[in-house]
Ligand binder design. Structure first.
Ligand code: ZN
Length: 198
């Protein structure tokens, strides 16, 4: 992934300024279009997405989340960055609830049931078709990102009774949470109108 490293290390401003969009942005509800060829533009998009994902401390990012409705996503679990072009879920097994959040709905978390094992097919950055077998956290991240590419968000499948804001940390490093409802939470994002100070 040398190209990604050199791009993310660039000091000058990129030609197009990407940023992570928040709940309420129409791109998050779009069904992303398939990518034809893996052009330089696609590779640059992936590099910017990887950079934004890392800066925000995320495990994954879909192109919809930077306002681009194309079937491109990145996931990074256990230090391994995987760019995915036209990813598709081939098969899924099992179901397990775990806490989930989303860079487009910052500070909001809740339990989401996801498959425990998945097979995903996608193209890599050389355009080659690959098959990815994943379990656990990587399987969850892949499902979350593929959902994004279909205009779906974790709040569509969250167990509403577990939905909460992460409001801070105690001096002992324990998370401080505040329960919320789906309606209330989504209203907060819509009222913020995509602004960053949330
Ligand atoms: Zn997300």
């Amino acid at each position: 992934m040398a190209a990604l490293e050199s791009l993310s290390g660039r000091r000058h401003a990129p030609a197009q300024q990407f940023k992570i969009v928040r709940y309420g942005h129409p791109a998050l509800r779009e069904n992303a279009q398939k990518v034809g060829r893996v052009t330089r533009e696609v590779k640059e998009l992936v590099a910017h997405m990887a950079e934004l994902m890392r800066a925000a401390g995320g495990l994954g990012l879909a192109a919809n989340q930077v306002g681009v409705a194309r079937r491109v996503a990145v996931v990074e679990v256990e230090g391994k960055l995987t760019p995915l072009v036209n990813p598709e879920l081939v098969s899924a097994k099992g179901s397990e609830p775990a806490e989930e959040g989303c860079l487009s709905l910052p500070r909001l978390y809740g339990m989401v049931a996801r498959p425990t094992q998945v097979v995903v097919k996608a193209r890599d950055l050389t355009g080659k078709q690959m098959k990815l077998r994943a379990e656990g956290l990587l399987a969850r991240a892949l499902c979350h990102e593929i959902d994004h590419l279909e205009g779906k968000l974790f709040v569509d499948k969250v167990d509403e009774s577990t939905l909460h804001w992460l409001v801070g940390e105690t001096t002992a490093g324990e998370p401080v949470i505040q329960p919320t409802t789906l309606e209330e939470a989504l209203k907060v994002f819509v009222a913020a109108g995509g602004r960053d100070e949330l």
